[in-house]
Design a protein around this ligand. Structure first.
Ligand SMILES: [Zn+2]
Length: 127
């Protein structure tokens, strides 16, 4: 048995599958004490909210369930780690190009090493 009701509240797209179809349901297995918002795409659910056993389409818990859904955090992205990896890679490209010079003291090689050191300094490293 389902209680599928599309709400006008604006649920955020699913953080897992990006589906924009999010609906609220009563949890019949729990005796309708709890309700939740769920993704129609991948069935991600919750968090649960108390329903006060209210089944109506305008029951306050439905808005609460969507509000709770909207607080779900997106998968963790660490911008600092991404920046550091990108800078380290750029420095390695510079160092590799410096190694390609026949004479390590040639201006181009010196400049490439200098660029690498400037990049590494941005992440607190030196070579
Ligand atoms: Zn989903």
């Amino acid at each position: 048995m389902t209680d599928l009701i599309k709400r006008d509240d604006a649920p955020e797209p699913c953080p897992f599958c990006k589906c924009e179809e999010v609906t609220t349901w009563l949890d019949y297995e729990q005796g309708e004490k709890w309700g939740y918002a769920t993704c129609d795409g991948c069935a991600a659910r919750g968090p649960d909210v108390r329903t006060n056993y209210s089944r109506g389409q305008d029951a306050p818990w439905r808005s609460e369930a969507i509000a709770a859904w909207n607080t779900r955090t997106h998968p963790a992205i660490a911008p600092a780690a991404i920046r550091e990896a990108a800078l380290r890679e750029a420095a390695n490209v510079c160092l590799k190009s410096a190694d390609e010079f026949y004479d390590p003291d040639e201006d181009g090689a010196w400049e490439a090493r200098s660029n690498a050191n400037a990049i590494l300094a941005l992440i607190g490293e030196t070579k």
